[in-house]
Structures are given as C-alpha cells and as structure tokens.
Write a protein that binds this ligand. Structure first.
Ligand SMILES: *Cc1c(COP(=O)(O)O)cnc(C)c1O
Length: 228
C-alpha cells in the first residue's frame, strides 16, 4: 500500500491554519512507508507497540520525533525513554512515576501527555475527571517527584461512532478539562500547551474544539492489516 501524499498535503494545509501538529500514525506499517512520508517532509510519527517502535527507531533517520501513542506497560518504559519525543498515553500515576524514575536514571526529561477517558466504551484507557483532579492537586502541591517528566498536556480518544454530536460532546469536554488544568498548572513549571485529539475519522471535529495535535494513520498509510 503506497503512502497517500495527496492526503498528506491536504491535511498539512488544514493543520497550518490551526497551528496544529500532525503525528503520522505508522503502527503495523513497514519502514519504507515511513521513509516515503519522511521524504515528503514529515518528521513526527506515532507508534503503539514498544518492540515495533524500538525496531523502527533503529532503522530510520535519527531526526524523526517518535511519539508513543499506545498503552504503555510500566516494565517497558525503559526501552523507549532514551529516545522517545512524547508519550501520549500516560494513564496512571504509577506509570508517570516509572517514566520519571527511568528518565532520572539516564538524566533525561521525558515529555508526557495524560490520557483522559472521554469515550463511552469501557475499553479505552485513561484518567477520569476525579483522578485527573487528584493528580493536578499533587502536581500543584509538588508532593510527587516529577523532576524528569514534562507534563505538557492531555490526550483523548472519542467514541468509535458515526454520531458526530457524541464525538463533538466528548472533544469539547476534553477541551474544558484541558483549559482548567492549564490554568491550575500555570506556576508549576509544566508548560501545559498540547491537546492531542483527533484521528482519521474525526480530526476535523477535534480541530474545531481546540486540538493542536492530531494522530492520523489510515488516511495517510491506508487501512491496517493486523493479520500479516
Ligand atoms: C491507531 C491510532 C490512531 C490512528 O488511527 P486512524 O484511524 O488510523 O487515523 C490514533 N490514535 C491512537 C491512540 C491510535 O491507536
């Protein structure tokens, strides 16, 4: 499956107007496809699986900014902190503290987004509002060690549905949580400025609701085949 460079150019134009960043989601796609989009100018790529990310990072150009967008297990943090640009799916305090610990060991600061559960489905990971509020209080009080993590925003996934009203509702909810938290974290040193929401099917709605980072895969790389 060839990379859709026409779709790439279109989406880059839409994002430029909004000052938003494209994360090209390349999970399950071969290194050649990533290289093709790299050659067209793309530098931010997103992967969901640790081993796949580590393998691709070793093969591909070193100036790629790798985003980890999947569910990250604590015992795998150490494999990606040496090079990862941004971890989108931080969904527990335990994981955040492990990222801080592994980053401290190698004297690096790791950029993180907190994943918030906004969808109706049970299966999507993330903090709920109460958990997010509790963590915000700890960050403001500096009662937990976040010396080697930079919490730069929130990430969310809307329900998998054709119902645009539902998706709109979920994205605007996340937008309000983001604004509230940005306000509370103002004096903590965490430059809270990134709202990662929107995928191939719903990125246009996300952009209408304050998203400044979209994660788009199939629109650029074609449908994924998980069975090969
Ligand atoms: C796979 C994935 C995407 C991209 O999905 P598309 O529908 O292919 O654009 C975005 N975000 C996350 C977290 C994903 O797992």
């Amino acid at each position: 499956m060839a990379v859709n460079t026409a779709a790439y150019k279109n989406i880059m134009q839409e994002l430029a107007v909004k000052n938003a960043t494209l994360v090209a989601v390349s999970k399950t796609k071969p290194a050649e496809d990533i290289q093709a989009l790299y050659d067209a100018g793309q530098r931010d790529f997103g992967e969901n699986y640790v081993q796949e990310l580590v393998d691709k990072q070793a093969q591909l150009p070193k100036d790629i900014r790798w985003h980890f967008i999947g569910h990250l297990q604590s015992n795998k943090v150490k494999y990606i902190v040496p090079f990862v640009h941004l971890i989108h799916g931080v969904d527990s305090l335990k994981l955040l503290l492990e990222i801080n610990k592994q980053s401290t060991k190698i004297n690096r600061t790791t950029n993180c987004l907190l994943q918030v559960h906004i969808a109706q489905e049970e299966t999507k990971f993330g903090f709920d509002k109460n958990e997010l509020d509790a963590l915000t209080e700890q960050l403001v009080a500096k009662s937990i060690d976040t010396s080697h993590v930079h919490i730069q925003g929130l990430m969310g996934m809307a329900s998998f549905t054709e119902n645009r009203q539902q998706v709109t509702k979920e994205f605007s909810y996340l937008q309000s949580l983001f604004a509230d938290m940005a306000n509370k974290l103002q004096n903590t040193g965490h430059r809270f400025n990134t709202l990662s929401m929107g995928m191939s099917a719903d990125y246009a709605i996300a952009l209408e609701h304050g998203s400044n980072m979209v994660r788009v895969g199939s629109l650029l790389f074609g449908e994924r085949n998980y069975h090969k």
